[in-house]
Design a protein around this ligand. Structure first.
Ligand SMILES: NC(=O)c1ccc[n+]([C@@H]2O[C@H](COP(=O)([O-])OP(=O)(O)OC[C@H]3O[C@@H](n4cnc5c(N)ncnc54)[C@H](O)[C@@H]3O)[C@@H](O)[C@H]2O)c1
Length: 259
């Protein structure tokens, strides 16, 4: 088991990519802290991990509410004795033309994808430094952060910022033995892509599912991603095999974006 003895906090872990990483981490021996906005869903996800033989706790927190971060870290210390791995996975998407972006939709995307992520990194990094045993921070970016894309201005820019933030935080935290890396998924079959498909259908006048089919046809490896496709990179970056890797963002996208 590659993560035995580690405590991993994973945000947005009640479904999709976050839940898949949480399950895999538990299978690798980590104690998993499932963070999401709804306590019942966190508890259900944690219970499903325990039913499979893992150790997991659910902690409700909206990562865009910075005032709650201290309590979140306190809960992690109380439940599991600290945090060794933070996966900043919680994310929000809105596909909309420049002309229709509102302050509200912009804030919704940026408050979770960027502001919440930065301040949670700050709170957890403080805890990791005080523990004195290093740590791992993994930020879930996106292929949308690699280049501009039509109708994807606010989400894409938030993920580009996240890639930049990953590098800056890595340089600051290196002296504490904390690595900071990112993973940039391509197109992954989750509720998030269901929303993207619905929004693209509205914008282009396409039938439901057509944008998804087009996106799948464009993937060099010939299929849509599954949440589990992200797990391997998430385990690797959290494991001792990645001890000498920091400030990197790894594309896990079936070949969509060459690095
Ligand atoms: N699905 C894709 O194609 C894809 C591609 C690239 C990157 N990503 C990124 O992967 C991550 C996971 O996405 P997913 O596809 O599993 O999406 P999803 O919508 O299925 O899951 C996102 C999770 O984050 C939670 N969340 C959202 N805002 C939150 C907040 N403020 N506080 C706490 N939890 C919050 C949601 O409740 C949900 O559980 C996101 O950061 C997303 O941007 C997804």
């Amino acid at each position: 088991m590659r993560l035995a003895g580690k405590v991993a906090m994973i945000t947005g872990a009640t479904r999709g990519i976050g839940l898949s990483i949480a399950r895999r981490y538990a299978g690798e021996g980590a104690v998993v802290l499932v963070v999401g906005r709804d306590q019942e869903r966190c508890d259900a996800a944690a219970a499903s991990i325990r039913a499979a033989g893992g150790v997991a706790y659910g902690i409700a927190a909206d990562v865009s509410h910075i005032a709650g971060h201290k309590a979140l870290v306190k809960a992690a210390v109380a439940w599991a004795g600290g945090v060794d791995i933070l996966v900043n996975n919680a994310g929000v998407v809105d596909i909309e033309p420049l002309d229709r972006i509102t302050e509200r939709s912009w804030d919704s995307v940026w408050n979770t994808n960027v502001k919440g992520l930065v301040f949670l990194m700050q709170a957890v990094a403080r805890q990791m430094i005080s523990q004195g045993r290093g740590g791992r921070i993994i930020n879930i970016a996106s292929e949308s952060g690699r280049r501009g894309e039509k109708f994807c201005l606010s989400y894409g820019a938030s993920k580009a910022a996240l890639i930049h933030i990953t590098q800056s935080a890595a340089y600051e935290l290196a002296e504490h033995g904390i690595t900071v890396n990112g993973i940039a998924p391509g197109v992954v079959d989750t509720e998030m892509w269901d929303k993207v498909d619905r929004q693209l259908a509205g914008l282009y006048g396409r039938a439901p599912g057509e944008s998804r089919r087009m996106a799948e046809a464009a993937v060099p490896l010939g299929r849509f991603g599954r949440p589990q496709d992200i797990d391997g990179a998430a385990v690797f970056l959290a494991s001792a095999d990645a001890d000498y890797i920091t400030a990197q963002t790894l594309n896990v996208d079936g070949g969509n974006v060459p690095s």
